[in-house]
Design a protein around this ligand. Sequence first.
Ligand SMILES: NC(=O)c1ccc[n+]([C@@H]2O[C@H](COP(=O)([O-])OP(=O)(O)OC[C@H]3O[C@@H](n4cnc5c(N)ncnc54)[C@H](OP(=O)(O)O)[C@@H]3O)[C@@H](O)[C@H]2O)c1
Length: 374
Amino acid sequence: MSSGTRRMKTKNKKKEGLGWMEWIRGWACVFHEFLFQRFMSSHLPNPLPLPPLSHLTCIVTGSTSGIGRETARQLAEAGAHVVMAVRNTKAAHDLIQQWQRDWSAKGLPLNIEAMELDLLSLDSVVNFSNAWNARLAPLHVLINNAGIFAMGEEQKFSKDGYEHHMQVNHLAPALLSLLLLPSLNRASPSRIINVNSVMHYVGFVDPDDMNVVSGRRKFSSLVGYSGSKLAQVMFSNVLFKRLPLESRISVVCLSPGIVLTNVARDLPRSVQVQYALIPYFIFSPQEGCRSSLFSATDAQIPEHCEKLKTGDKPICTFISQDCKHTKPSEEAQSLETANRVWEKTVEMIGLPLDALERLIQGQEVQCRYGTHQE
Ligand SMILES: NC(=O)c1ccc[n+]([C@@H]2O[C@H](COP(=O)([O-])OP(=O)(O)OC[C@H]3O[C@@H](n4cnc5c(N)ncnc54)[C@H](OP(=O)(O)O)[C@@H]3O)[C@@H](O)[C@H]2O)c1
């Protein structure tokens, strides 16, 4: 077989999915996390103690449930100004009232508010960003926490035309991160934190088929979820690489561990019960939010990011469920694919290719989404 044919075969295989070895290695990482997360994180206190945070403003997406809800509450109790960016503002206001009541005997009222954000609508992302940026306030920490794993569900598409997992877990947070750059820049040093997953190890992204519709791969919710999480790490690597060092905006992806939350809401009731019956292995949301809280507040993160940036292969920081610095999967570190994922993502979210550079310089950028545009 000529080397040209071999190259072509490898390229075609790359369009279909991971190689067997990568796939087995990926699942080994997933099972390792499931079986040993509690042992590996036994050094961590629960809850994770936080320093006083009254100097920080943090946006937490998807904070009405699970990991995000616990993250928002603990950040607010440590004194941060917290913005719950949620699709169900009524649920967020009810939570705020409850938290204020529980906290009233302990100190000053919590500095927490809710704003509407529906990640299944890129218009909503643009409107949220415009509303936030219009305050001309600094944003120290953006936590892209909201996510879906519609287990066993059929493939669905948003009104923007994108596969649900890809839109909620990757495309919409990518748009949000880029559009909020002016506010993050104002607060520098600041952080973009992506609640990712060990499942990115078994993910595969074909930049020419982000919606998994070409027929080269069969869609399942697992393919949708793991692919969207891998796309997020790849995008974050390029975002991190392209952000100027002097912006001092850190980009972090993290794994919360395997956590008992509403993420399993689409599983049949019988499976949900079995899932809840294995508490030894599964983290509570309070345990699962430790890597988010650590990534948002650890004082060493900006320095670590600066070191990574000046290294030979700039990839963003990845924090494991036991709050340690680790590396994402080999596939996620492929800069060639990551660059293509970046370009495809920027095109899909309706921004020009130089959006990052323009936004960081405080220039206006037109997005094809948002109610103020055609
Ligand atoms: N649980 C785990 O084992 C695990 C493992 C690895 C990674 N993660 C990641 O952790 C993150 C948090 O998930 P979780 O486990 O805490 O699940 P969860 O309890 O289901 O919380 C997910 C949150 O995302 C919000 N959300 C869903 N779709 C949205 C949309 N279109 N627009 C705005 N918000 C939306 C949900 O809002 P509603 O309350 O309105 O539904 C909810 O607040 C996700 O990114 C998930 O992928 C979880």
